[in-house]
Design a binder for this molecule. Structure first.
Ligand code: BV8
Length: 236
């Protein structure tokens, strides 16, 4: 039985928790280039630089000031109120959805608090800095550990599960994403054309794909998401 509600979130939902977005004026890509830190080629060319980029973001995420905001909490409440009916797909590599209580969750771009060994494939939690010379705790290889993050040019995770849910949902919500990055930016089209789902965008401003949504609600996620979830639960 596929979930009837599929939700896609992006960096905008974590903005009010104190994490940067990517494409806003003060976003991550305003100070560093994707080609230098978020591709397999960048990692092969300069692993020290890539580790520094993710070590800084991992330290930032572990700052006690960074907490889930009412938008994360509202999505966890929706899942509790509709058990088995909600799949949350996030492009974000932070753990704020989990900390808010979401369980049926897919990190399609990986997780900042996990690392992966390119030699043996071992994936495990990591809450400390990673160095280019570190050894894999599972196989002992040196220099093969990377953040468990999907870089540009790499296949996002759990795509079969995501497309199966998109093809059968009644409602698709897109929250806090600019609709620039594929395949995530194409999910709204999939939900509309295959599942004939109702599609709603909740964002600070119109995304690249705004015209593809039946409904749009603009404003800060911590305000518009709890309001929308309350109305949805009152209605159904
Ligand atoms: C793939 C992890 C193919 C890293 C990320 C050449 C070769 C290969 C592929 C491509 C190519 N050229 C183009 C592509 C496709 C490429 C792509 O889409 N490029 C774009 C730039 C054109 N995609 C890929 O490469 C993907 N892989 O295609 O593989 C393939 C096929 C077969 C076999 C193998 C491979 C992989 C993409 C994943 C890359 N990794 N993240 C990291 O985090 O460091 S992407 C990165 O962008 C983040 O995940 C981020 O989440 C994601 C999307 O950004 P957003 O979340 O939308 O954030 P953004 O800042 O853009 O927008 C924030 C929004 O929030 C704004 O609209 C703003 O208004 C709003 N907002 C702000 N504040 C608030 C708010 N909303 C509400 N409340 C607020 N308070």
């Amino acid at each position: 039985m596929q979930p009837s509600i599929v939700i896609l979130t992006g960096a905008g939902i974590s903005r009010e928790s104190g994490l940067s977005t990517f494409r806003d004026a003060d976003g991550i890509w305003a100070t560093v280039r994707i080609e230098d830190v978020a591709t397999p080629e960048a990692f092969a060319r300069d692993p020290v630089r890539v580790h520094e980029f993710y070590n800084a973001r991992r330290r930032g995420l572990l700052d006690p000031k960074v907490q889930p905001n009412p938008a994360h909490q509202a999505l966890a409440e929706l899942e509790r109120a509709r058990p088995g009916k909600v799949l949350l797909v996030t492009q974000n590599i932070d753990d704020l959805h989990e900390r808010a209580g979401s369980r049926d969750l897919v990190h399609m771009h990986g997780e900042l608090l996990k690392i992966q060994c390119q030699a043996c494939g071992d994936v495990r939690d990591c809450r400390h800095d990673l160095g280019a010379g570190d050894s894999c705790p599972a196989c002992g290889s040196t220099g093969t550990l990377r953040p468990q993050v999907v870089w540009f040019g790499e296949m996002p995770l759990k795509m079969d599960r995501i497309y199966a849910a998109l093809s059968a949902c009644d409602l698709f919500l897109s929250i806090g994403t600019s609709g620039n990055v594929y395949p995530a930016a194409g999910f709204v089209q999939e939900a509309r054309s295959v599942a004939r789902a109702r599609t709603v965008e909740l964002n600070l401003e119109p995304s690249e794909g705004a015209s593809l949504f039946h409904e749009a609600i603009y404003g800060p996620a911590s305000q518009v998401v709890p309001d929308y979830v309350r109305k949805l639960l009152d209605r159904t």
